[in-house]
Design a protein around this ligand. Sequence first.
Ligand code: UYC
Length: 232
Amino acid sequence: AALELRALADQLSTESLKKQLAAALALAEAGEVGVPLLIQRLRSRQPQQPQPVEGKIYQLLAQHSSQVAQSFLATELPQGIVTPQSDRGISYDELQQRLVQKDYQTADRLTLQKLCELAGADAIQRKWVYFTEVDGFPMSDLQTLDRLWRVYSEDRFGFSQQRAIWLRVGQDWERLWQQLAWRTDGAWTRYPNEFIWDLSAPVGHLPLSNQLRGVRMMASLLAHPAWVGDGE
Ligand code: UYC
């Protein structure tokens, strides 16, 4: 059994994300004996480059009954595994907490709120972002938002995932909506109940960008220099 645990611990650092995630889950389900191995994986991480498996481990430890797990998180990583960077003094702590809890619906609303904060007082008032405001968004903040979503979603959600699909479909919006399941057979997916608020959603499904006022805001977001060179 000790050997099996060791093999699972090694699997936390293999190439395939799928295998990493499966090992993390198995170690969490192994009970108290798996916890030190999960903690070890977080302690040996590179803090500048948080990985999806580390987000998964953090989520598993956060919901674990183990006292060791709880005190490790509280003393060493109270905020989460992402150190948010903001050029505008914006706090991403609540967003990170919601994502840790997999409360993706609240996280989605907070993300729009953060985009409004990045755009300034007018956008906060109107509660949506005008497309011309997006160009001035700092890379650091957009990358923080994206990193948070990807790390706590098994690498499935986030703007850079939406961008990758958008490029793959030749920047064809109709095909993008289909891929994201934002539109099915010509019918818009209705907010909020028809959207999928868990990891069974297609890659890129979240965060949402309301298309009521056209595609220009999302076009500016997906074309932002923050993503260039990112997995292309
Ligand atoms: N809604 O259909 N959406 C709202 C989406 C459209 C509409 C919010 C996404 C099409 C109205 C969010 C899609 C459309 C309201 C989203 C979608 C439409 C509303 C809340 C698939 C009609 C309420 C936050 C592309 C044909 C009034 C927010 C209002 C809200 C998201 C209607 C997150 C991804 C074109 C009437 N829709 N939205 O942003 O002004 O307001 O909010 O995209």
